[in-house]
Design a protein around this ligand. Structure first.
Ligand SMILES: *[C@@H]1O[C@H](CO)[C@@H](O)[C@H](O)[C@H]1NC(C)=O
Ligand SMILES: *[C@@H]1O[C@H](CO)[C@@H](O)[C@H](O)[C@H]1NC(C)=O
Ligand SMILES: *[C@@H]1O[C@H](CO)[C@@H](O)[C@H](O)[C@H]1NC(C)=O
Ligand SMILES: *[C@@H]1O[C@H](CO)[C@@H](O)[C@H](O)[C@H]1NC(C)=O
Ligand SMILES: *[C@@H]1O[C@H](CO)[C@@H](O)[C@H](O)[C@H]1NC(C)=O
Ligand SMILES: *[C@@H]1O[C@H](CO)[C@@H](O)[C@H](O)[C@H]1NC(C)=O
Ligand SMILES: *[C@@H]1O[C@H](CO)[C@@H](O)[C@H](O)[C@H]1NC(C)=O
Ligand SMILES: *[C@@H]1O[C@H](CO)[C@@H](O)[C@H](O)[C@H]1NC(C)=O
Ligand SMILES: *[C@@H]1O[C@H](CO)[C@@H](O)[C@H](O)[C@H]1NC(C)=O
Length: 627
């Protein structure tokens, strides 16, 4: 119950008094909206580095708007005026604020340190899974940290700022300059002026905030890559205020609990060892192994999957290979937007629901489109067996706006972070640098995707790079990636304006196609006037679900023919769900209607895999059609 109801007061009479949290009515809700409550995202948020001593700091925080110059001094003696739910986007109904265009904000909460954490010598680390766009962290009025970039995990060693036996004040100053003239930052599809394929933006603490106790010598990071040959390449980062240990001890544990390998190595440097005949990870059988890592009194749990990503010719065609084999890769363009939470899925259950729908239709891959998700999303893909093509969130999409040198350098810095923070998830097999020319410098002597492709390979030699998904391909990266609506043009001897011809020396994929739409009744639409007026910009509108499924069948069969006749190795259907003014999802934006005829789609998708398998086996006469 909200405070004004308890007090019997009208909200207006409360004036600047704090309002108790209440979910606001978003332009469209989901079945999860009103189940979120005030204890959102309670799950342990960091599956690759798990520790038992932690405390979630999600829940109801205080918030108020701020001005540009306020970030130097937190409003310590002030109770901020409004409740806000963390994690959430300020613009979302779930935030309880649902306010647009807020460039500067204060977020605050009090917290106490669990009593047993202060009994042993150690450190207390504050973790922010993602804050959009800049966050300055104050603990008890003193600045303890800063982060730039809306998609990344960051940590603050809070120990020296804390009172371990009293109340601590945590303030976060957020600066989110979305669409500010002259600003060009990694932003994906966020905008303050939504229209067609660009959507409502996200500001603030949109992923889990939490703290943990660690010993004075502690494991602060882990990188793992495990191949089909059983080789495990690892780096374990250790931070210490009490001298560095000589070694860390690693054990790999099978699903039935057996230790299948143990290894000791020095911290803060790469090492490797071999697990004999591991059961491999694949989309069909996504076997994972737990890993325990110990040093001194610290012990954490992680996991990996044994699989090798490579490319090579199979019967004369350049293919992406998982564990040395080619299977056709098929999935959706997955934007990760929610009508109630925008960038923040209402819950883990909701987030995983989308993935299970895709897997249930027979898909084995998805393209995470110019957004980065909470770590538990990647964990879910690892568990479910869904290969991931991970895009870098793009800079401004407008063709007239290109980054200056400083903006380009910041984009490149954040591209490194994308790879470093995500390169241990087995499901990710491809990094995308640019989408459809957005933010891609085209006439500065060199093409930046050349250097960025090399950089991706340097940071992560175990995956493929798609330098340009759609439009301006200059020959870099592992893919020749076409975008075309509604029909695919995948590894085919025909292409259209604004796409590049197929390059037989690289892997042919259809980075986007489909996009066929079907309007629905108003209760399933994003109830914003402009969005409804723009529904007619959907690439194609089919009058009813019969027409939609007829068209989908034609397009999937056309794609199958491109697998049979030409060099097509994978394709991405636009898209998982409707978003705002787009009605071309497999699911509506509220996830309440599934448009595909499931039996038909499963058969059409299976036919893609079967056709590719026949090509592998050289069973198809049509191969001679390839030059
Ligand atoms: C907050 O209040 C305390 C005690 O009243 C005072 O000493 C301090 O200067 C105030 N801080 C600010 C930032 O106003
Ligand atoms: C809290 O801890 C500090 C030292 O960290 C100590 O000086 C102070 O007396 C303690 N206060 C209480 C109420 O225990
Ligand atoms: C938000 O900002 C955009 C762009 O400046 C403007 O078009 C829009 O009307 C603003 N919306 C609100 C609610 O202030
Ligand atoms: C491990 O590192 C070696 C040497 O750099 C490399 O050849 C191998 O591909 C790597 N394996 C994995 C699974 O990353
Ligand atoms: C190690 O911890 C110290 C504070 O204890 C911090 O300043 C430093 O950034 C940390 N280093 C790493 C690599 O995390
Ligand atoms: C592996 O780790 C997960 C998550 O920490 C745990 O739930 C599971 O029981 C572990 N499995 C084995 C075999 O240890
Ligand atoms: C353009 O190229 C020049 C020299 O190659 C470089 O100094 C400059 O920073 C580049 N500009 C941008 C926006 O990247
Ligand atoms: C879609 O349906 C909504 C009502 O559900 C209607 O207002 C809108 O005009 C329709 N748009 C198109 C392009 O059919
Ligand atoms: C879409 O509908 C709007 C009015 O709702 C109209 O102004 C516009 O021309 C239509 N666009 C297309 C592509 O049909």
């Amino acid at each position: 119950m909200r405070l004004n109801t308890v007090l019997g007061l009208m909200p207006a009479l409360l004036g600047a008094q704090s309002l108790a949290y209440e979910v606001q009515t978003p332009p469209l809700d989901t079945d999860w909206t009103y189940k979120v409550g005030t204890n959102p995202w309670p799950e342990y948020p960091r599956p690759l580095l798990q520790r038992p001593t932690w405390q979630n700091l999600n829940g109801v925080w205080k918030w108020r708007a701020a001005g540009a110059g306020e970030g130097a001094m937190p409003p310590l003696n002030e109770t901020l005026t409004q409740d806000v739910l963390v994690p959430s986007c300020l613009e979302s109904g779930l935030s309880g604020v649902q306010l647009l265009n807020q460039t500067y904000s204060w977020f605050a909460r009090d917290f106490t340190v669990p009593p047993d954490w202060s009994k042993q010598d150690g450190r207390i680390i504050l973790n922010f899974e993602a804050v959009d766009y800049e966050a300055t962290i104050f603990i008890n009025g003193r600045q303890a940290g800063f982060n730039r970039g809306g998609y990344w995990h960051f940590s603050v060693d809070a120990t020296d700022y804390l009172s371990v036996n009293g109340t601590n004040k945590l303030h976060v100053f957020v600066y989110d300059p979305t669409d500010t003239p002259g600003v060009n930052i990694p932003i994906g599809k966020q905008t303050r002026t939504p229209s067609h394929i660009f959507y409502r933006s996200c500001t603030g603490l949109w992923q889990t905030v939490w703290m943990e106790w660690v010993p004075s010598t502690y494991i602060s990071g882990v990188e793992i890559a495990a191949g089909m040959d059983g080789q495990v390449n690892m780096t374990v980062s250790v931070n210490s205020s009490a001298g560095y240990p000589e070694s860390v001890s690693v054990s790999v544990i099978s699903a039935d609990g057996d230790v299948v390998a143990s290894h000791d190595a020095p911290p803060n440097a790469p090492f490797d060892f071999v697990v004999d005949s591991p059961e491999l990870w694949s989309p069909e059988k996504p076997t994972l192994y737990n890993i325990t890592i110990k040093t001194g009194s610290d012990e954490v749990t992680s996991y990996t999957g044994f699989r090798t990503v490579s490319r090579g010719k199979v019967n004369g065609i350049e293919r992406p290979l998982i564990n040395g084999e080619f299977s056709f890769h098929f999935g959706t363009l997955d934007q990760g937007f929610w009508p109630d939470g925008l960038y923040t899925p209402p819950s883990v259950e909701a987030m995983v629901y989308d993935l299970k729908v895709l897997k249930g239709l027979g898909m084995n891959m998805l393209r995470k489109h110019i957004k980065v998700e909470p770590a538990l999303f990647y964990r879910a893909c690892d568990e479910l067996g869904l290969l991931l093509i991970q895009d870098m969130p793009s800079l401004q999409a407008s063709g007239n706006v290109k980054p200056n040198a400083a903006q380009q350098a910041e984009f490149e810095r954040q591209f490194d972070i994308l790879i470093n923070q995500h390169k241990s998830y087995p499901s990710i097999y491809t990094w995308v640098v640019y989408n459809e020319g957005w933010g891609q410098l085209l006439n500065n002597g060199t093409y930046p995707e050349e250097g960025l492709t090399a950089r991706a390979r340097e940071l992560d030699p175990t995956r493929l790079v798609d330098a340009t998904s759609g439009w301006f391909d200059h020959g870099y990266g592992d893919y020749s990636d076409n975008h075309h609506y509604a029909n695919p043009q995948c590894g085919s001897p025909f292409y259209s304006i604004q796409s590049s011809p197929w390059d037989p020396s690289r892997i042919a994929i259809q980075g986007e196609f489909g996009g066929i739409g079907h309007n629905v009744s108003i209760e399933h639409l994003w109830k914003v006037e402009q969005a409804i007026l723009e529904l007619n910009q959907t690439y194609e509108l089919d009058a009813d679900l019969d027409a939609y499924n007829y068209r989908a069948h034609r397009l999937l069969d056309e794609l199958r023919e491109q697998v049979e006749f030409y060099a097509c190795s994978g394709a991405i259907w636009t898209q998982t769900t409707d978003v705002e003014g787009e009605v071309n999802g497999l699911l509506t934006y509220d996830r309440r209607i599934l448009r595909p005829n499931e039996d038909q789609w499963k058969a059409d998708i299976q036919a893609l895999y079967d056709t590719a398998q026949s090509r592998n086996e050289g069973n198809m006469v049509v191969q001679k059609m390839l030059r």
